[in-house]
Structure formats: structure tokens, C-alpha cells
Design a protein around this ligand. Structure first.
Ligand code: C5P
Length: 205
């Protein structure tokens, strides 16, 4: 109830994409983990706390024309959960934690019998951005991976970095190759992604 393991993410980029698609007239369902930002307008929001809840919520929304998977889902969770705070005891040292794998939501949806026509995933990488994102494209069954460099050394945003910041610089990796976008606000990035989704769904690109 007190200590937990999670992937840190503000939800800003995902919320901005949901809002941008709704502004273009799409019917948008947003499944969001715990965030402190407000819901985008014109979007129906389902709140979840765990990866398993997120998978169930996303599967419950199928069929859909497109799925855009932006959440920084934790790959692992602790095998057991304590209903009382795990206390620090003098001389006892750190408690051993056994981890177990969370479901991979993107991979499940990318190979789903009700797979949306367009499946887009994200990749937050600290190294070998293009190689890692390209590998993810086929492994996850995605049509597109939007990659951002989150290392504070080479990524943007200085000490704050992409996570939690308001700016982003992404590369779009698809079966057609790699497209580099300039550093933009997360809002501008979202608007471009929304246009890209619309173009893909209508066969314009
Ligand atoms: O495998 P990795 O976490 O690097 O891949 C990132 C992409 O996979 C993101 O689109 C993220 O939302 C998705 N993901 C997921 N379920 C997980 C882990 C990642 O859907 N358990």
C-alpha cells in the first residue's frame, strides 16, 4: 500500500494524442494509468492502475480502427503484494523482491484476432534507438513505432528529459523506413501523429 515499482511517466504525450485525434473528429477512448494531468476534452477516459487492468480495459474496447499505445507500462511487477507496509527493521537489510512479467499490451493487441487496422507503439530508448525500435516493430506486430531518445545525455529536455517534460523529438519507424521529426512540443507532436493516423487510415500514405 505504500511502496511500489512503476515506470515513471507523466502521460502528457498520450493525453495530447487523444485530444488531438478528438479535435479532428475521431471517437477516442483513452485508457490511462495514474497521472496528475486533467483529461483531454472530447475523450472518454478509463482509469487503471496496473498493466493487467490496462490490458483488460484495452481488449474491452476492441474493435477499433486504430490503437496508439503510448503508456510506459512496467514490464515487471513484484510476484506478491503486501497488504501492509513492508517495514524497515534494523539489521534485517533489504527485502528480497521476486519479479514476474507483466502482459505486453502492445504485443497482445498487435497479434489479436480483433487487431485494429493500424497499431502504433512507442519506444523509449537510451541507446541504439533505431535498431531497438526496428526490432520492436516486428516483435510487437506493430505498423509503426514512434521512438524517443530518453537518455538525458543525448535526449532533449536537459535534466528533466522527455519524461515529464513538455517537448519531444521523435522518429517514426515503419515498414517504409525511418522519418525524423524535429524537436516539437508534445502538443505539436500529437497533432502531427493525429494527421499521420488519419492519412494512414484513409490510405493517403
Ligand atoms: O518493450 P517496450 O516497453 O520497450 O515497448 C514499448 C511499447 O510497448 C510502448 O508502446 C508501450 O506502451 C508498449 N508496452 C506494452 N506493455 C508492456 C510494455 C510495453 O504495451 N508491458
Amino acid at each position: 500500500p505504500v511502496r511500489y515499482i512503476s515506470n515513471h511517466s507523466s502521460g502528457k504525450q498520450g493525453h495530447a494524442i487523444a485530444g488531438a485525434l478528438a479535435a479532428m473528429g475521431a471517437e477516442v477512448r483513452l485508457v490511462s494509468g495514474p497521472v496528475t494531468i486533467s483529461d483531454p476534452s472530447g475523450v472518454s477516459v478509463t482509469r487503471v492502475e496496473t498493466a493487467r487492468e490496462m490490458l483488460a480495459a484495452v481488449e474491452g474496447l476492441l474493435p477499433a480502427d486504430a490503437a496508439i499505445m503510448v503508456a510506459a507500462v512496467a514490464d515487471w511487477r513484484t510476484e506478491t503484494e503486501s497488504d501492509q507496509k513492508i517495514k524497515k527493521e534494523p539489521g534485517k537489510g533489504a527485502p528480497p523482491l521476486t519479479m514476474t512479467e507483466n502482459p505486453d499490451i502492445l504485443r497482445t493487441i498487435g497479434h489479436h484476432e480483433k487487431r485494429p487496422k493500424l497499431v502504433i507503439g512507442f519506444a523509449a530508448e537510451t541507446d541504439d534507438l533505431i535498431a531497438n525500435a526496428t526490432a520492436k516493430l516486428s516483435r510487437k506486430g506493430a505498423d509503426m513505432i514512434i521512438a524517443n531518445d530518453v537518455s538525458t545525455k543525448t535526449g532533449i529536455g536537459g535534466a528533466q528529459g522527455v519524461m515529464g517534460g513538455d517537448r519531444n523529438r521523435v522518429r517514426i519507424i515503419s515498414h517504409d523506413g525511418v522519418e525524423e521529426w524535429p524537436e516539437l512540443s508534445k502538443q505539436e507532436t500529437a497533432e502531427r501523429i493525429a494527421r499521420l493516423v488519419a492519412d494512414r487510415l484513409t490510405g493517403k500514405r
